[in-house]
Design a protein around this ligand. Structure first.
Ligand code: ADP
Ligand code: ADP
Ligand code: MG
Length: 480
């Protein structure tokens, strides 16, 4: 097993990984930017090194700096978390070349799965169902038109190197194709440095359903069940749950088997996620994420398996500690991503100092957080500050638990999406499980509900109601 591991990340995920390392008795090394000097991940780590600067390029994305610290501190391995360098094959290769283990798959696998076109092609050739669309990159409008005429509208133009919901455009009608095509290419080039785009049929009334998988170096592959991540905004997940209410047992089993065969086709190692788009009983491969996923706690709550510890152990060369038959699923889990964003103002990021902070608790509640009272949220990084995860014996109990836990959660200073998340949990359609990836845009009334919910928000003991309401008013930018 490793003796010392560097965590090349920040925020809640760095804290999550350091917690796993502590429990495994492995020395944890944190790195931090100037504005993260007082961050939780630095406080919790056994040792820490400054990156100097604040911009991502100067800090958590800076391969040379991170590698230098890794060598100086003599670590055995680097855990990249998610985002930043987690899916950067050059970084993985650089790390391996320097005799340090990259906690993730081989750099070749990251490269292959990081290119959506290459991944699609590989899976289609292996007989895995993929979304109908172009075989490779689409280089000209004429070619785009030919493909569009063949598959029909609506369709989706995607960046081959895309991720995080960025670089995707839905085209509803032929008249819009040319403009959308040029714009998509332009954006792909400027955001990802690769203007290659491809076309997929837009699957309507769809669910995003993914499977967590694990593979060791000895050919053993298992899956840890599904996660339904259909509640999204601009193709980015905000609420995730397991098990999906869309699947019957036969379909779930079939999808799990396909997920395992996808991992085998990709010659996959350690932890990963296979994403599918699911509609009307049919499912298609979307992509494979070669890293720890934001929503991994949902699966941990359901299976009792520590995904981060297992991932680290597999990277150290240990065999999988369980077989598929030994993995059991119990109850229902839901995760809400808590973001410093204003839901009543187009989810604008709301960087600010946290003036009051109290986390929810009680049975079946877990908070993975990177913040505390007085912590300053800056605009340099992602606006997600914590994750609230609940477990219940049934979906109904989990929803009720999330409703009360969200209302216990007090964060003042930045505006947060908590009132909006409450509105979703209170919504009858969400409660009955009739959801799809368009839920947020098709329920604009939830923003009004979110406004109203502020009035019932938990008023802390001892605090004058008027003061508390004033802070909420400020937080949400409107008068109650
Ligand atoms: P998950 O499937 O784990 O929920 P997300 O799509 O939310 O993944 O991405 C996790 C994090 O990684 C987010 O902070 C997102 O902005 C970032 N991210 C993912 N892919 C990319 C990419 N290709 N380029 C830049 N950032 C990315
Ligand atoms: P990213 O790398 O940004 O995560 P994905 O291919 O995983 O890109 O897609 C992100 C989201 O966009 C999906 O969860 C889904 O909601 C939507 N999406 C992607 N492809 C399709 C499709 N062909 N039809 C309908 N929705 C899609
Ligand atoms: Mg995805």
């Amino acid at each position: 097993m490793f003796k010392k591991v560097l965590v090349a990340n920040r925020g809640e995920i760095a804290v999550r990984i350091i917690r796993a390392l502590k429990e495994m008795n492995i020395h944890s090394v944190a790195i931090y930017s100037d504005c993260d000097r007082d961050s939780l991940h630095r406080m919790y780590a056994d040792s820490s090194y400054p990156l100097h600067g604040n911009k991502a390029a100067d800090t958590y994305m800076n391969m040379e700096k991170i590698l230098r610290i890794a060598k100086e501190s003599n670590v055995d391995a680097i855990h990249p978390g998610y985002g930043f360098l987690a899916e950067n094959e050059d970084f993985a290769e650089l790390v391996e070349k320097n005799g340090i283990t990259f906690i993730g798959p081989k750099s070749k696998t990251i490269e292959l799965m990081g290119n959506k076109i290459a991944a699609r092609k590989m899976m289609a050739e292996a007989g895995i169902p993929t979304v109908p669309g172009s075989v490779g990159g689409v280089a000209s409008y004429d070619e785009a038109k030919r493909i569009a005429d063949a598959i029909g509208y609506p369709l989706l133009i995607k960046a081959a190197a895309g991720g995080g919901g960025v670089g995707m455009r839905v085209v509803q009608k032929p008249e819009d194709l040319q403009e959308m095509f040029e714009r998509a290419r332009h954006q792909a080039e400027s955001v990802f440095g690769d203007g290659t785009v491809f076309i997929e049929k837009y699957i309507d009334d769809a669910r995003h359903i993914e499977f967590q998988i694990f593979a060791d170096k000895y050919g053993n592959v298992v899956h840890l069940g599904d996660r339904d991540c259909s509640i999204q905004r601009r193709h980015q997940k905000i609420i995730e749950e397991s098990p999906s209410s869309a699947l019957d047992e036969a379909t779930r089993e079939k999808m799990g088997e396909v997920a395992v065969s996808i991992a085998r086709v990709a010659d996959y190692q350690t932890a990963g996620t296979v994403e599918f788009i699911f509609s009307k009983g049919e499912f298609y491969f979307l992509e494979m994420n070669t890293r720890l996923q934001v929503e991994h706690p949902v699966t941990e709550m359901l299976t009792g398996i520590d995904i981060v510890k297992t991932q680290i152990s597999l990277a150290a060369g240990n065999p999988l500690p369980f077989t598929q038959e030994e993995i059991h699923f119990r109850g229902h889990a839901i995760e809400c991503r808590i973001c410093a964003e204003d839901p009543l103002n187009g989810f604008m990021p709301s960087p600010s100092r946290i003036t009051d902070y109290r986390t929810p608790g009680g049975i079946g509640v877990r908070v993975d957080s990177g913040v505390y009272k007085n912590f300053e949220i800056t605009s340099h990084y992602d606006s997600m500050i914590s994750k609230l995860i609940v477990w219940g014996s049934t979906r109904k109990e989990a929803v009720a638990r999330m409703q009360r836990a969200l209302r216990e959660y007090v964060i003042t200073g930045p505006k947060t999406n908590i009132p909006y998340l409450c509105a979703v949990m209170d919504c009858g359609e969400f409660q009955s499980g009739t959801i799809n990836t368009k839920f947020v845009e098709e329920h604009p009334q939830l923003f009004d509900t979110a406004k109203a919910i502020c009035e019932q928000l938990y008023v802390p003991f001892g605090e004058k109601k008027s003061d508390y309401i004033a802070s909420i008013e400020w937080r949400l930018g409107f008068a109650l």
